[in-house]
Design a binder for this molecule. Structure first.
Ligand code: PLP
Length: 378
């Protein structure tokens, strides 16, 4: 089996799995218990938090352990919008965001917030003039992802942070799920960001929210007061500790890994674009691990199945959103023509992939192409 759907999830690192088992066997205690074993368990978790702080080179920010980026995004956006309601009601985002952002903002609209979407230019870059037009004294929140999970587009986080310097009241949240471990994070001028462990060799149900003004956000989960009172519920220490482990492993040799992933990406992009009727959607300067292309005129699902039958797992869209509409929104916002949208597929790599697998993909592609060639719009 060749696994090229690493944007959906990655294989857990064996070291993460063994640490997870060890902690569950030896430190299954409640981190809030007052006895010796509870205190030791808590200490383990706090050490992990402090390692994450070091890995991310954080300064004053707080780290909240969550069940993943969906929860982190929900918590940051709902908590911050509600806390800032007195100062304004406008939120700026993009159509490229993950449903955990877009659906949260849709819910906030029902509470009276107004959501505005920044446009993208024909070349797929964010329209910073339009962004400047949307800024006003009524804006309280800007939420933009670092790397888009469908196309691999990289959004201009530093440039946005720079523009926001003139608006100190605005909270800037960044979804860094698809960038961590693949490229350096941009956190200067960012007020909060989300990470998800299972996207870089960690576990499902494992995430963090890093936030600079924790005390200013409205609580959304109530209970026993864990995670500084912002995320109540008995701490999942084995999950939290292995988050730090997965982050460390993903950060090690990141530059080398990134170069390797770029090579895979360039290789596949240069290969597929030679074939008439194939449209390359991802940008050569996009994220190193994501390739998106279309079999123009053929449904993406048909192509995914054809690869799947040959033991190669790729995707039509983000697995979190089986709704075709979300994919359409992202691709439409990035000006992909309609007949290419339906035929689009995503190939995404991790550090576990090999050159031999790329060769296997190319051989399967040729076979599939020759079978469907007659149906392609060239
Ligand atoms: N944000 C992005 C960009 C994603 O790709 C995903 C998962 O696909 C998420 C958020 C949600 O992450 P989780 O699975 O940890 O809830």
């Amino acid at each position: 089996m060749i696994y090229f759907d690493n944007c959906a999830t990655t294989k857990p690192d064996p070291a993460v799995l063994s640490t997870y088992t060890k902690i569950n066997e030896e430190f299954y205690f409640n981190a809030a218990s007052p006895h010796k074993m509870g205190l030791e368990t808590n200490q383990l978790q706090e050490e992990a938090r402090s390692q994450i702080r070091t890995i991310l080179k954080l300064d004053h920010q707080s780290i909240i352990f969550t069940s993943g980026a969906t929860e982190s995004n929900n918590m940051a956006l709902t908590g911050m919008a509600r806390a800032k309601k007195a100062f304004g009601s406008t939120i700026i985002t993009t159509k490229l965001e993950h449903p955990s952002v877009l659906e949260t903002l849709r819910t906030l609209e029902q509470e009276g917030f107004v959501v505005k979407y920044v446009k993208f230019k024909e070349d797929g870059t964010m329209d910073m003039d339009h962004f400047a037009e949307l800024l006003s004294n009524d804006v309280i929140l800007v939420s933009v992802m670092h790397v888009n999970n469908v196309m691999g587009a990289i959004l201009p986080i530093s440039e946005i942070a720079e523009r926001l310097k003139d608006y100190p009241k605005i909270h800037f949240h960044v979804d860094c799920v698809q960038s961590f471990g693949k490229m350096p994070l941009v956190i200067e001028g960012v007020d909060s960001f989300s990470l998800s462990g299972h996207k870089f060799g960690g576990l499902k149900g494992q995430g963090i929210l890093v936030i600079s003004q924790l005390r200013n956000i409205t609580q959304t989960i109530f209970g026993g007061g864990q995670e500084y009172g912002y995320r109540s519920g008995t701490s999942n220490v084995a999950v939290n500790v292995t988050m730090s482990k997965a982050m460390r492993l993903a950060s090690e040799n990141m530059d080398m890994q990134r170069a390797r992933l770029y090579q895979f990406k360039q290789d596949i992009e240069n290969f597929v674009k030679q074939f008439p009727g194939i449209r390359l959607n991802s940008h050569p300067n996009g994220a190193p691990h994501i390739v998106n292309f279309s079999f123009v005129g053929i449904k993406g699902e048909v192509i995914v199945n054809a690869f799947s039958e040959r033991g190669i797992m790729i995707s039509t869209t983000s697995a979190c959103s089986s709704k075709r509409a979300k994919l359409n929104e992202t691709l439409t916002a990035l000006h992909v023509p309609e007949d290419a949208i339906t035929g689009s597929v995503r190939v995404s790599f991790s550090k576990d992939n090999t050159v031999e697998e790329i060769a296997g993909f190319k051989a399967a592609f040729k076979e599939i192409y020759s079978q469907v060639e007659e149906l392609l719009k060239k």
